[in-house]
Ligand binder design. Structure first.
Ligand SMILES: [Zn+2]
Length: 82
């Protein structure tokens, strides 16, 4: 049996032969951290204003037609007159 470098539990020699130096549990925990890091990076990439990489709100989006006017696609716009 091989010894996990993280928790010092024994794990399968077959797993060691595949190149892993951690047991299945530690390997899964490590993989989750990596996976969440990648997902987080991707979310930051998709929301530059919220994550702080864009200094100010995108003016282009704030002045788009229908913004803050109560208009919902598929429904008639609220009448401002009357
Ligand atoms: Zn372990």
């Amino acid at each position: 049996m091989s010894i996990c470098i993280t928790c010092e539990e024994e794990y399968s020699d077959k797993r060691h032969a595949l190149g892993y130096s951690t047991c299945l549990d530690c390997g899964e925990a490590e993989a989750r951290v990596i996976s969440q890091g990648r997902a987080n990076a991707k979310l930051r990439e998709m929301t530059p204003y919220l994550s702080g990489s864009l200094a100010q709100p995108d003016v282009l989006f704030d002045s788009r037609p229908g913004y803050n006017t109560g208009y919902t696609p598929g429904k008639p716009a609220k009448s401002i007159k009357s």
